[in-house]
Write a protein that binds this ligand. Structure first.
Ligand code: M6R
Length: 616
């Protein structure tokens, strides 16, 4: 999981590449590097750390960055620690071939052994250096052109890749190829832009080609694109799409971090996700992907939902929604587990895959596995045109807009909205929901954005709570019913950006183990809103208080009973049980943000993480 970028044309390549790398840092940011080509040579600079460290190094070492073709890389380490040597681009033994790579070469070790026997040496621990040397070996042994050598070598590779490779003696040609990892190609009349996603080049062109798995392209300055199949060199017709991305949406504005901006965008995100899909006065829900496959959903015996991380938590909420409103049994699976346990999937089974990025490697692999077994796969994605959205049978976009903070926030609420719509729509088809319930939920959906907006205004008090607890080492998050996944999500938010250990638990499970952790030093965040096992949660609160635990409770406005028992209360407006996660998650996102901020962490780019996990 890394970001790759390249340019070939008449402009100076360096500014395009360095600025593009900054936009790709969400894909990894533990090291970065560039190569800029000129006649018969190139400048190379790589360093451990963020892209601004690379810029500093280029400046302080006075590295020549003049040239109209170049490649760049921002890394999230898989093979070898983040350091200068393991950073990309990687160079072949003869210094002639220079390559960047996103993905994992699974059989790199056996290839490395063969190359070592043939006299090759390696400076880094990476699989990428093995691949660039394999290409060199194949090229020199057989006197092949670079494009033939790339093609033959890639046919020997097991794994995932998107690559860009240049021969220093022919800097006006870049060869790119893709299998499993994303690769977008921007095209103008005389120039090519290569990137892991189109955001780095939207300032220059809105013509994009998304390479498909098993495709490679030979880019020659001033010439037409040459698109081929890696397997048999068959020539392909490129399909050029028009990009529709609004740059303004990708700026931080008045916010210090994207995560905070994205938390505050949620009232709008909810409206955007509902737009055109919910006609409140008539209680009509329109979702194309469901309507055009109505019979599949009506007849579904069960639904399996597959996702990772925050998307998995939204899917757990969907289990409650679909079982309650549509009366269909639902299983929720981690994509990484699903894909490797030979799951029982039959023809026409309904599988829903959920992913903000639409590029998560495990979710994409689970999707393909389900499709190979004949299942009908419905996708819920945020990134338009992403790999997952292009591979499903039908789907719905969340329309949350670009989510840049590594910690997912607005995509989560948007996913819940889609699931509520789905459950209502299918429930209506299957007559498992009565009209009153349906109409009242549609009406409530119409006002939930305002309620979320209202919760965002309690931020000031959350700052105070954060000052009390920012130094602790452990947190416990408890919830019940549909708010149990919210507890899991709150704990995930805290641990990923503040590095405080946090666990989410169903409140009643506490007495089966976690209660042993409770003492005066452990804060317990408990979701205690009305309608979701309120009386039972009061019992759980008493158990914690009896052991001197500190309690931060999320309660409904007007609550007296819980408020009198706990140390801190955060009030949220009352809503229906089905929609309650949309309001209860907001204070938990803010709490995580404020604690990480006080601890001085880089909220948007926490250590060891990346926004899109495009490796398994
Ligand atoms: O793009 P996806 O929704 O497929 O990503 C799944 C997870 O990698 C993601 O939710 C991750 O857990 C986030 N960092 C959570 O905030």
């Amino acid at each position: 999981m890394c970001g790759i970028i390249g340019y070939l044309g008449d402009r100076e390549a360096y500014p395009i590449i360095i600025n593009g790398l900054k936009k790709l840092e969400y894909r990894g940011y533990d090291s970065s590097g560039i190569a800029i080509f000129y006649e018969n040579g190139y400048s190379l600079c790589k360093t451990k750390g963020r892209v601004y460290e690379l810029e500093k190094k280029i400046y302080s070492c006075k590295i020549k960055v003049k040239g109209t073709s170049g490649i760049g890389h921002t890394r999230w380490a898989t093979h070898g620690i983040p350091d200068d040597l393991n950073a990309h681009p990687h160079v072949s033994n003869s210094n002639e071939l220079i390559m960047i790579h996103n993905g994992i070469i699974e059989n790199y070790y056996s290839i490395k052994v063969i190359l070592l026997k043939n006299g090759f040496t390696f400076k880094s621990e990476t699989d990428t250096e093995v691949l660039v040397n394999l290409i060199e070996y194949v090229k020199k042994e057989n006197k092949f052109s670079l494009e033939e050598a790339v093609r033959i070598s890639l046919n020997e590779i097991v794994g995932a890749y998107s690559i860009a490779i240049v021969d220093k003696y022919n800097p006006e040609t870049i060869i790119i190829a893709k299998l499993g990892s994303p690769l977008a190609l921007g095209i103008n009349k005389k120039e090519f832009f290569i990137a892991s996603d189109p955001i780095p080049f939207i300032d220059y062109t809105d013509n994009v080609i998304y390479l498909k798995d098993g495709e490679m392209a030979i880019l020659k300055k001033g010439e037409e694109l040459d698109l081929r199949k890696i397997l048999d060199n068959h020539k392909l017709n490129p399909i050029i799409k028009k990009l529709q991305i609004n740059l303004k949406k990708i700026e931080k504005g008045k916010y210090k971090y994207f995560m905070l901006k994205e938390i505050y965008e949620q009232p709008k995100t909810i409206l955007d996700t509902l737009r055109g899909r919910l006609l409140i006065p008539k209680g009509i829900i329109c979702i194309d992907g469901i309507e055009s496959h109505k019979d599949i959903f009506i007849n579904a015996k069960s639904i399996t939902i597959v996702a990772c991380g925050t998307s998995w938590h939204a899917s757990l909420i969907a289990e409650y929604l679909l079982e309650k409103l549509a009366r269909i049994p639902v299983e929720v699976e981690y994509a990484s587990e699903f894909r490797y346990r030979n799951p029982i999937v039959k023809e026409k089974d309904v599988i829903i895959v959920v992913s903000q990025s639409g590029e998560t490697a495990d979710t994409l692999a689970a999707l393909k596995l389900a499709k190979n077994k004949g299942a009908f796969v419905f996708g819920i994605c945020n990134v338009v045109g992403s790999s997952i959205s292009r591979n499903v049978d039908a789907g719905a976009y969340t329309h949350a807009g670009p989510e840049i903070g590594v910690a997912s926030t607005k995509a989560f609420t948007a996913q819940i909205i889609i699931f509520v719509l789905l459950a209502l729509k299918i429930g209506k088809y299957r007559l498992s929901i009565n009209d009153n319930q349906y109409q009242s939920l549609c009406k409530e959906l119409g006002s939930v954005s305002e309620k979320v907006d209202h919760v965002l205004k309690v931020n000031q008090y959350i700052k105070e709570i954060s000052k009390v607890y920012y130094h602790v080492n452990n947190f416990l998050y408890l919830g019940r019913g549909i708010n149990f996944p919210v507890a899991l999500e709150g704990a995930l938010k805290l641990k990923e950006i503040s590095y405080i250990h946090a666990e989410g638990y169903p409140a009643a499970e506490m007495k089966h183990g976690p209660i042993a952790l409770i003492d005066k030093n452990i804060p317990v965040v408990i979701i205690a809103t009305k309608k979701v096992c309120y009386e039972k949660i009061i019992g759980n609160i008493q158990e914690i208080k009896a052991r001197k635990g500190k309690i931060i409770a999320i309660v409904n406005e007007g609550d007296i009973q819980v408020s009198m028992m706990v140390d801190h209360v955060i009030k949220v407006p009352e809503t229906s049980e089905e929609l309650s996660p949309l309001v209860t998650i907001i204070p938990l996102q803010l709490l995580a943000y404020e604690i990480a901020y006080i601890r001085g962490k880089n909220v948007d780019q926490p250590r060891n993480l990346a926004k899109s996990v495009t490796v398994e």
